[in-house]
Design a protein around this ligand. Structure first.
Ligand code: FE2
Length: 281
């Protein structure tokens, strides 16, 4: 039997108006703490070898290496660009040098899988109107003190595209996020202006950013979304959002999950590929 979308409620109305919705008190503190401790243990166990993949949204310096392109169904570690000195050596302790872990914790790590597939997450996604959601991508983002880099203003649908467009992002605050430690910022209503660009994986595994010609947004309209630990921010795939560099002494850990509707086509121009099809809740 085909799934039926939940009736629109006030949360859904806010989400459709603004392109985002903030829900405080979504996940218990103890679960946030457990995810944080576990992510730190994963980093401690990570042997980087020669792999030093750096995550950045700056196209000039994005490393579209095999390590990144193969991370859609793996648990891989990406460094902060500011973690390295001019000599190429780490200038901070390794446990403070990782930008993020991606992109399949929700499938491959039992603790993250339990959190991601919790009934409260399934209920939220249904309430936001995604029919037959598939859990496509997850990231653990550290936003390290001082060096946690800016993530430039972007739309998630640039990096995960479906036809028709339908990606939904969930951003779970595992620590308090403030304007000092790099909280999210978003453009209210900016999701209605269309998609600005598309990050495309070509047949030869190079990548290109295609300018779609329209959909410029006014960054002066960005508003900060500071939240308490345990909050979730739902993000429409087309809403422009960003986060500034963490210039504080405190980290700002967050976990993100991206879901797509099963009925939407998932073109192979997406950078993220799966051998095992993504699963629902
Ligand atoms: Fe994003």
């Amino acid at each position: 039997m085909a799934a039926v979308a939940a009736p629109a409620g006030p949360l859904r109305a806010r989400f459709e108006r603004d392109g985002f919705a903030v829900i405080e008190g979504f996940a218990p503190d103890a679960e946030c703490d457990a995810l944080r401790a576990h992510a730190e243990a994963l980093v401690a166990a990570f042997e980087s070898g020669d792999v030093r993949s750096i995550f950045t949204t700056d196209e000039q310096s994005r490393r579209t290496d095999a390590y990144f392109l193969g991370s859609g169904e793996a648990i891989r570690f990406f460094f902060e660009s500011l973690a390295f000195g001019p000599d190429g050596e780490l200038r901070v302790p390794r446990e403070r040098s990782i930008n993020k872990i991606g992109h399949a914790l929700h499938d491959l790590d039992p603790l993250f899988e339990r959190f991601s597939r919790h009934a409260r997450v399934a209920r939220l996604v249904a309430e936001l109107g995604v029919v037959e959601p598939l859990l496509l991508q997850s990231m653990y983002i550290f936003k390290q003190p001082h060096i946690g880099g800016e993530v430039g203003c972007h739309q998630d649908a640039t990096f995960l595209h479906t036809d028709p467009p339908g990606v939904l992002g969930l951003w779970f605050a595992l620590e308090d996020a403030t304007t000092d430690n790099g909280c999210l910022w978003a453009v209210p209503g900016g999701h209605r202006a269309g998609l600005g660009s598309l990050f495309v994986r070509n047949a030869d595994d190079t990548t290109t950013t295609r300018d779609l010609g329209g959909a410029a947004w006014d960054e002066a309209r960005l508003v900060p979304l500071p939240v308490k630990k345990g909050a979730v921010i739902a993000l429409h795939g087309m809403v422009p959002h960003m986060s500034k560099q963490n210039e504080s002494d405190r980290s700002r850990h967050a976990y993100t999950l991206h879901v797509v509707p099963a009925a939407s086509a998932y073109p192979d121009t997406n950078w993220l590929r799966r051998v095992t099809p993504p699963r629902g809740f």
